[in-house]
Structures are given as structure tokens and as C-alpha cells.
Design a binder for this molecule. Structure first.
Ligand code: NDP
Ligand code: HSE
Length: 430
């Protein structure tokens, strides 16, 4: 039975994502109504610049007073696609206080203040859904929160930033340097004018915090996520990676420790074997590899950004939240009952690929090997290439705690015979 009174939606933000949400809400109005069981009506659109032309949106719906819009009292769902921390946080809380559920795409806010927002939603009997906050169009939050709710997830490893994947893919396939690849990403509209959040790994770290929290039913704050960007990755690293049958990706990795007693979350560039499913994720695509006890290995793949793909995820949430409203119910809230401690990067067990410039004389290799042994790090392979009395030494280790590996590198830097550490990269996915 179709309810005739429409559910009213406040759209907070009408930029890259919001304008696509408005367009699809309008063009697919009948389908959305049929799927929800009631029509959905765009009741207002809050923006910063009211005079900007916004095709298809009636001028009388546009407002610069987002607070007044969410305080109207007749709004059923607020869609927050403004981004950033404030005013988004206050608007979401105000929406809950005035009887609206919220759909948001704001990973920065959810990673930093998700706990308080979930608590506010619960207090006011409203939903907080945010499928679009991680990996754009790819259904990931709901599969983790609902489809895998009966399983035990041990690892989530993914490419969750399209801009950096585009840059690394260009460097790999065309031999371009970082700056050249970044320029191309900017020209194509992938990278923003200030690409810091993407290339320094902040965007991926926010997504890792959200994924780890959901996967392990525990609170993971943004500060708990170890983060390294990809600006130091060079063309030479790709040459080394290729020699090992690997490529380089910026990975977000959330893991349960082997004893199950703690978790870790980290973002950094890493070499992965070409045979790993994540190695073939090209251009600005995202993909997330989930390892669960009963389900085994699952891979989620698709467009991780862009107005229309992200709007798809927002609208999926809108339909779910509206259905809940009609049923006078709410969907799953925060699940943090596990309360597992989040360990530091030093406890992560991984492998290193270390490239050293060393003096090419007797005993150097033995000296280098001794440093590894002293730190309890086992060497897997060593490759040496001579060049004018010096040599380039590439050492790949077996798995060891990250603290032992970084201690090894620190000690290597102090050896007279080590002229420099050309690159250090973790090796994952084997
Ligand atoms: P945009 O910068 O394109 O749009 C932001 C919108 O918010 C604009 O319409 C802007 O108004 C409006 N706005 C800004 N400040 C205010 C304010 N104080 N009051 C009312 N409106 C305001 O951002 P995106 O659409 O790209 O991103 C939106 C959210 O979606 C972010 O959280 C982002 O992280 C997330 N996201 C984005 C993806 C993408 O590919 N773009 C992918 C996944 C998630 P005006 O138009 O007047 O400037
Ligand atoms: N800047 C992000 C990216 C947008 O490149 O993936 C999606 O969150």
C-alpha cells in the first residue's frame, strides 16, 4: 500500500554529490516511491552560494540557512553532503533533535566524531546511515554491518582512495614520475586543487577508521590509524616492485591480531604481488578485500568517487532510512561491544623491501646481515647490483613486527658502509 503523504527530505549541500542526489531523486521519483512505499519530496536544499545556477532544482527550495531547514520539524530525512566537520556535525545533531534521520557521505566527520553522532541518533530514535562515506558507490558498509553480521571478520584490506590509485597506476603503467601523474589526475578532475588529504593518506585513514570500527565491533578513532602518504613513492620503486613480480598501491589495512585480542588499522603504500586481486585495480577505481572466518575471501570493487556513483550509495541509504521511518523502526546503530584495544604500528607483523646504497667492498653484506639478525628480522632475499665502487642492495625480509623492522632500518642508517637508504616499503598480500 502506497502512503500518499510524502516523506520530506532536506538536502544539505548541492555540490558534486548533492546535485546528483537531487537529479536522481527527481528523475527516479516514481521508482523511489514504489520501492519505499511513499513518495519522497525534496523539501529544501541548503547551499553556501544561493545565486549559483542549479539545473532542475526549483529556486524556492534553495536556502543558505541550513539550520532553519533542519529545524522545520517536518523533515523526515536530512542528507548531509556538505563535508568537513562544521557545520556538518551541528546540522546532523540538530536534525536528530528535530525528528529526522540522517544520511551522510562525510568520512572525515564520521571518522572523527562517529561515536557521538551514533549516540545522538540512538538518543533521538533516528537512523544514521553512511554507505557513501567509504568507497563511493561500492556497497561495503551495509555488507559489513548487516550481511556479515553473523561472521567474524579478521582482515579488511583495500584501495579506498581513487585519486592516489590513479596516480600510482599512471606511474606504474607509463613510467611517469609522481608530479607528472598528479598533474594528470588534477587535469582529469580526480585530484583536488589541494590534494593533501588524498596523497598524504588522510582520506584513506578516515575510511580505515570507519571500516575497522564496523568490521571489529570496536571503536577505532582516526588517531588510532597509522598513516603514511604516497608522495615519496618513486619510479625506481616501481622498477624494484616489478622485479619482485609486484606493483605498488596505497592500502588501507585493518587487521585483527593473531590472538584475536587486539586490532590495528593503517594506511601506507605497499608492494603487492601482481597475482593479488587488488593489483589489477586500475585508474581511479576502489576495491576492498575482506577476509572473514566463515565466508572466506570476498572482494568488493567499483567506482569509489564521483558525483553519480556516490549519489547511488546515498540514495540506497535514503531508501533504507525511509523504509525504516514508515515502519517506525531504526536500522543497526553503532556496534562497539568488543571493546578491543587498538595496537600501534610497531605491533603489526609485515614484510619489508629495503633498498640500500652501500660501499662495494668485502664484509659489507655480512655487516648488513648482522644488523638484521640483531633485530630478530629474518632475510628472505638479497639482490646486489654494482655501480662504480658502490652497490645497490635490495633486501626483502620475512614477516616481523614493524618495530623490529624500523629498528633495523635505523641501525642500518648508522653504518659507515651504508651510504643511504634509498627506499623502504612494506610488502603485503602474500
Ligand atoms: P562539494 O564541495 O562539491 O559540495 C559541497 C556543498 O556543500 C556545496 O553545494 C556547498 O554550497 C555546500 N556548502 C558548503 N558549506 C555550506 C554551509 N555552511 N551551508 C550550506 N551548504 C554548504 O563537495 P562534494 O559534493 O564533493 O562532497 C560532499 C561530501 O561527500 C563530502 O563529505 C565528501 O567527503 C563526500 N564524498 C565525496 C565524493 C566525491 O567524489 N566528490 C565521494 C565520496 C564522498 P555551494 O554549492 O553553494 O558552494
Ligand atoms: N578524494 C576521494 C578519492 C573521494 O579520491 O577517492 C572519495 O572519497
Amino acid at each position: 500500500m502506497m502512503r500518499t503523504r510524502p516523506l520530506k527530505v532536506a538536502l544539505l549541500g548541492c555540490g558534486v554529490v548533492g546535485s546528483e542526489v537531487a537529479r536522481i531523486m527527481t528523475t527516479h521519483a516514481d521508482d523511489l516511491a514504489a520501492r519505499i512505499g511513499a513518495p519522497v519530496e525534496l523539501a529544501g536544499v541548503a547551499v553556501r552560494r544561493p545565486d549559483k545556477v542549479r539545473g532542475g532544482i526549483p529556486a524556492e527550495l534553495i536556502t543558505t540557512d541550513a539550520t532553519a531547514l533542519v529545524k522545520r520539524g517536518d523533515i523526515d530525512v536530512a542528507i548531509e553532503v556538505i563535508g568537513g566537520i562544521e557545520p556538518a556535525r551541528t546540522l546532523i545533531t540538530t536534525a536528530f533533535e528535530h525528528g529526522a534521520s540522517v544520511v551522510s557521505a562525510n568520512k572525515a566527520l564520521l571518522a572523527q566524531g562517529g561515536q557521538a553522532l551514533h549516540a545522538a541518533a540512538e538518543r533521538h530514535g533516528q537512523d544514521l546511515y553512511y554507505e557513501a562515506a567509504v568507497a563511493g558507490a561500492i556497497p561495503l558498509i551495509r555488507p559489513l554491518r548487516e550481511s556479515l553480521a553473523g561472521d567474524k571478520i579478521n582482515r579488511v584490506m583495500g584501495i579506498v582512495n581513487g585519486t592516489t590509485n590513479f596516480i600510482l597506476d599512471k606511474m606504474d603503467t607509463s613510467g611517469a614520475g609522481y608530479s607528472e601523474a598528479l598533474d594528470e589526475a588534477t587535469a582529469l578532475g580526480y585530484a583536488e586543487a589541494d590534494p593533501t588529504a588524498d596523497v598524504e593518506g588522510f582520506d584513506a585513514a578516515a575510511k580505515a577508521a570507519i571500516l575497522a570500527g564496523i568490521a571489529f565491533h570496536t571503536r577505532v578513532r582516526l588517531d588510532d590509524v597509522y598513516r603514511e602518504g604516497m608522495t615519496e613513492v618513486t619510479s625506481a620503486d616501481f622498477v624494484s616492485a616489478a622485479r619482485m613480480g609486484c606493483t605498488i598501491k596505497l592500502l588501507a589495512i585493518c587487521e585483527r591480531a593473531a590472538d584475536g585480542e587486539s586490532v590495528t588499522a593503517r594506511v601506507h603504500p605497499a608492494m603487492i604481488p601482481l597475482s593479488h586481486p587488488l593489483a589489477s585495480v586500475r585508474e581511479a577505481y576502489n576495491a576492498v578485500f575482506v577476509e572473514a572466518e566463515a565466508a572466506g575471501r570476498l572482494m568488493f570493487y567499483g567506482p569509489g568517487a564521483g558525483g553519480s556513483p556516490t549519489a547511488s550509495a546515498v540514495l540506497g541509504d535514503l531508501v533504507a532510512v525511509c523504509r525504516n521511518k514508515l515502519n517506525e523502526a531504526t536500522g543497526p546503530g553503532e556496534s562497539a561491544y568488543s571493546r578491543l584495544p587498538v595496537s600501534s604500528m610497531g605491533d603489526v607483523v609485515t614484510r619489508y623491501h629495503i633498498s640500500l646504497d652501500v660501499a662495494d667492498k668485502p664484509g659489507v653484506l655480512a655487516q648488513v646481515a648482522t644488523v638484521f639478525a640483531e633485530h630478530g628480522v629474518s632475510i628472505d632475499t638479497v639482490r646486489q647490483t654494482g655501480k662504480d665502487g658502490e652497490a645497490s642492495l635490495v633486501v626483502v625480509t620475512h614477516r616481523a613486527p614493524d618495530a623490529a623492522l624500523s629498528g633495523t632500518v635505523e641501525a642500518l642508517r648508522k653504518l659507515d658502509t651504508v651510504r643511504g637508504v634509498a627506499s623502504i616499503m612494506r610488502v603485503e598480500g602474500e
